[in-house]
Design a binder for this molecule. Structure first.
Ligand SMILES: [Zn+2]
Length: 293
């Protein structure tokens, strides 16, 4: 993708196959039970999205380039999964119950339990583009919501769960890094001051990974000179919750990277430091592989 062109987001047809929705690159060489997933870096905007917000505004919600930043994972034996669709269309990092009833033209037949994110307009399907622009003119039909779940959310989860389960069966334990980026600005409804740190790790207050693993990742990043916060302000949401079970050897950790380290947040251009950050993350991946072995 060229970095300057906001229209470089692909206007994709409605997904026909799972390969249009999620990419998976499996580890090569000596396989490690380690999975990286990037649920928010996708930029194939489905043809039936029908949002009324300008695409360049919507693109600010992408975790742009995060899949690329972790691109060396497969060469080190780890699996790398990435969503190809944008999180503003449907967010894989939300539960199916986190659905905002205000979005829908008719009653939704399944149970809903909209949480804080849905209340702010950023649940499973977004109602608002940050800070407060309505994404749609009309409410969505239940059929449209069902199609987003079945054709995008579900294949993403199937791919991630499948990769984690396969490695768990083979090795008896699995480690999962759920990868994101955060805006550097320190004010706004979405920001909460996280931009002050280079990285924010989230283990939902110690519930999704062993403290030893979290400590290892934090200290390795600090050792490379980065500032790191834990669970402040980002604790991790659905993906680290859904697939973690540290007591039984399933460890999930969310990692948020400050966008100011690698991109111009206004123009979307990569900064000269992009390759350096990629190199630092490659060293982190290598270190985690060593930790696991
Ligand atoms: Zn994200």
């Amino acid at each position: 993708m060229t970095s300057l062109d906001v229209d470089s987001a692909v206007r994709a047809p409605i997904a026909a196959t799972d390969e249009d929705v999620v990419s998976i690159a499996r580890g090569r060489g000596k396989i490690v039970p380690l999975v990286f997933d990037s649920p928010h870096s996708g930029s194939n905007y489905p043809g039936d999205f029908n949002h009324v917000v300008p695409t360049d505004k919507l693109r600010r919600a992408e975790d742009m380039y995060v899949d690329e930043l972790f691109g060396s994972a497969p060469a080190r034996g780890a699996t790398l999964i990435a969503a190809l669709f944008p999180r503003s269309y449907i967010d894989p990092n939300r539960s199916l119950e986190d659905l905002d009833p205000e979005l829908l033209a008719e009653n939704w037949p399944d149970p809903v339990r909209p949480g804080e994110k849905a209340r702010l307009g950023h649940g499973l399907i977004w109602r608002l583009c940050p800070p407060d622009m309505n994404l749609y003119v009309e409410k969505l039909t239940p059929e449209a919501v069902r199609s987003r779940i079945d054709c995008y959310w579900q294949p993403y989860h199937n791919t991630l769960r499948g990769a984690l389960d396969e490695l768990y069966r083979r090795f008896g334990a699995v480690w999962h890094l759920n990868c994101h980026s955060m805006p550097s600005a320190t004010r706004g409804p979405f920001l909460n001051g996280g931009g002050q740190a280079d990285f924010v790790l989230g283990d939902r207050d110690g519930t999704t990974a062993s403290p030893d693993f979290v400590h290892f990742v934090r200290e390795f990043l600090r050792g490379m000179g980065f500032s790191v916060k834990l669970n402040d302000p980002y604790k991790g949401v659905e993906l680290v919750r859904a697939y973690s079970d540290p007591v039984h050897g399933r460890h999930s950790l969310q990692i948020e990277i400050n966008r100011a380290l690698y991109m111009d947040e206004m123009t979307f251009e990569r900064l000269p430091g992009f390759a350096d950050l990629q190199g630092a993350l490659d060293r982190l991946i290598g270190a985690i592989c060593g930790y696991i072995r």
